[in-house]
Design a protein around this ligand. Structure first.
Ligand code: PLP
Ligand code: COI
Length: 339
């Protein structure tokens, strides 16, 4: 196994040995190819460069106490990439191709899967881009699908510690009927200015409101938002947020624990009524939120009064990572071993 300072890994890129590539030409996908180059060669008129024809995914592989490697919910990522592809008119990557590319990339880079108990994981990044040359605004006829992996630590440097976030009204990351529900690069480009502003003001991320009325909560940077009120888990239903796979897991875990789950529009005005709030995602895992600061009204919403994550968030976090690491039975069939 590689030796890194596993306990202090940033959420950043570290070179690994191999990546996977596959090309879509003449209406069909070719064979999966293995590469050890970090670079790709493409036409300067490729549609991904000019018209944003690109979609990506993010999933993780975990090393268990038994030293075996588990990949978490790959099928949901495959399905979401198919939705993204259809949403911006790209060739669709079938489940089998997605699985083969992901599992081969992990297997070939086995030594980069961080050791059990370090908090670090292997982040898997599938990427689909339009490579065909076009100058008119239209979908490409050629595509490239790639998968690279890289060992990472938690997205928010604090790990499972509460963070402060800032309400963002001066930017939208997605339009009401736009592409916010797809994992496409344009949404992330649209979020950079607001994230930069939040970081410069000393916050971990920006809290986006619904782009139409600014009345409802949408997302917390690159993660979904959830709140706990009494025995209820509440999370926004919105057409402009990414359907988070982590959030789906938390909803299921809440039902398993006997909590009520509400997925519905969540009014910004409800913030003072919540006991706990947090952000969730593959990279963010569960990140408890300590303070939400509204720079326009100077209102501050505080949670975790003793500086510690709330009870329900802690329970959910422990349960989720135990399943991912293989410490608890995987009753929902979320993990698949890499052999
Ligand atoms: N929202 C956005 C905008 C994201 O980029 C992500 C990350 O993938 C999420 C939410 C969380 O989704 P998931 O739990 O599937 O990683
Ligand atoms: C993820 O959670 O996998 C993400 O894609 C978030 C991000 C780093 C864009």
């Amino acid at each position: 196994m590689e030796t890194f300072d596993w306990k202090n890994m940033p959420f950043g890129y570290t070179m690994t040995d191999y990546n996977i590539r596959c090309y879509y030409r003449n209406g069909q996908w070719g064979e999966v190819e293995i590469s050890s180059s970090e670079f790709i060669n493409m036409h300067m008129a490729a549609t991904c460069l000019h018209y944003g024809q690109e979609a990506f995914e993010g999933l993780k592989a975990f090393r268990g106490k038994d030293n075996r490697i588990r990949i978490f919910r790959w099928k949901n990522n495959a399905m979401r990439m198919q939705d993204s592809a259809l949403g911006i008119k790209m060739a669709v990557v079938p489940d089998e191709l997605f699985k083969k590319a992901v599992f081969t990339a992990v297997k070939l880079n086995e030594k980069f899967v961080p050791p059990y108990g370090t908090g670090a994981t292997l982040y898997i990044r599938p990427l689909l881009i339009g490579t065909g040359a076009e100058v008119g605004v239209k979908p490409a006829s050629e595509y490239m699908f790639m998968v690279f992996v890289t060992p990472v630590g938690p997205y928010f440097r604090e790990g499972f510690k509460p963070v402060d976030i800032m309400v963002c009204r001066s930017f939208d990351r997605a339009a009401p009927l736009g592409t916010g529900c797809y994992k496409v690069g344009g949404n992330y480009a649209a979020s950079l200015a607001s994230l930069d502003l939040a970081h410069r003001e000393g916050f971990s991320t920006a809290l986006y409101l619904d782009p139409k009325e600014k009345k409802y909560i949408d997302e917390a940077g690159p993660a979904n938002f959830f709140a706990i009120r009494g025995n209820t888990y509440i999370t926004p239903a919105s057409k402009s947020i990414l359907p988070s796979i982590t959030n789906m897991c938390l909803e299921q875990l809440c039902r398993d624990m006997g909590l009520t789950v509400e997925r519905r529009p969540v009014a910004f005005d409800e913030l003072p009524t919540f006991d706990e709030v947090g952000a969730c995602g593959t990279a963010a895992v569960i990140t408890p939120i300590r303070k939400i600061v509204d720079p326009d009204t100077h209102q501050i919403y505080e949670y975790c009064c003793d500086g510690k994550p709330g009870k329900v968030s802690t329970m959910l976090y422990n349960k989720l990572i135990s399943i991912q690491n293989g410490d608890e039975p995987d009753i929902h069939g979320w993990v698949e071993l890499v052999d």
